[in-house]
Design a binder for this molecule. Sequence first.
Ligand code: AMP
Length: 395
Amino acid sequence: MNHLQKLDLQDKRVVLRVDFNVPRDSAGHITDDTRIQLALPTIAYIRERASHLTLMSHLGRPQKKRLDSGEIDREQFSLEGVAEHLAQLLDAPVTFQSYADEPSMSKLTLLENTRFEPGEEKGDEAFAKMLARHGEVYVNDAFGTAHRRHASTAVIAEEYAPENRGIGLLMAEELEQAQRLLDADQHPITAVIGGAKVSDKIGVIVSLLDLCDNLLIGGAMAYTFIKAQGGQVGTSLVEDDKLQMALDVIAKAKQSGTSLHLPVDSVIAREFSNDAEHKTTFSDDIPDGWMGLDIGSKASDAYSHIVADSKVVFWNGPMGVFEMPSYAQGTLAVAKAMAQVKEHGGFSMVGGGDSVAAINASGLADEVSFISSGGGAMLEFLEGKKLPGIAALQD
Ligand code: AMP
């Protein structure tokens, strides 16, 4: 697989898949341009060499049915505002046009949201061919969507000879850092996995058991494990069809010698609301009518110590409903502990929108070793799955 530096870009037309799927407010303004910033080095490298550079990306999930019925506004998902933002960042003109238009004559162009076309997510060959008209060299720098076999992320690569396709600088960095985690030989190695559903992350949890000394579980998924072991979890979010799966994970952790930790206490509330009455109890003794919405202070302290004392840490997923300040304390405590790992000479990596947001909100982004731009993609890579966006670029 070619790295960018291996490709002959001189005076060529290059088409670059980036991940410009940025968060926006209700008025459509970009609230965080990290993903655009992360693509800038690759964009600069190509612009210095190529005659034309055409960028393509998706933005959100505009389903065709909902667009056609008028249920969602097309403008809300247009990349036009991103083109304007990019032009400002680069202090250079950025032409904005549809992927269906003739290839642009401008030096720098951004195509409209590829997901406006149903063929994108279906991995449609005809749509991939349409996109491939925009460049004679294809570069993929969109790590965040590398786990999808979409037209612009994977299928398009088939239109290019191996010497005319490759990965961008961000993608290369992501793969290198993920490999660094998998190859880690300094102990203890700890994974902190949180979020809503155990079913979303079971694959990576099982894989991480082979790698890690400690696995810390937080977020709503903890209650599926606690209920499976006979605990009372009140109205906490539980996946009742995954109770056996949770018991299997606990058994596997014992076999592999990994300490699997569940939060000993929880902040519980009567309602899913920031202003609801709330208090702290043991996580396996949550009364009827109450739900666990954050790990409690005892669990926060325990998790923080384990993380801070680790040599290598990977974190994905919040410890509670951190969007509501009343239930953010556990997630923020993990963010702070992550910052100590690098300080002590260890390696800390965060992946996934919510955990990255928590690190940023705590002002600790510079204190972790690596912030991955891919949530799902990073989890699948660590799970040992082949990412279609990467596989398509193999020689
Ligand atoms: P995920 O996308 O799986 O990483 O899940 C992230 C979401 O899980 C966030 O929006 C959190 O608010 C939510 N979450 C975390 N802990 C809980 C909890 N105890 N109860 C309900 N939702 C939670």
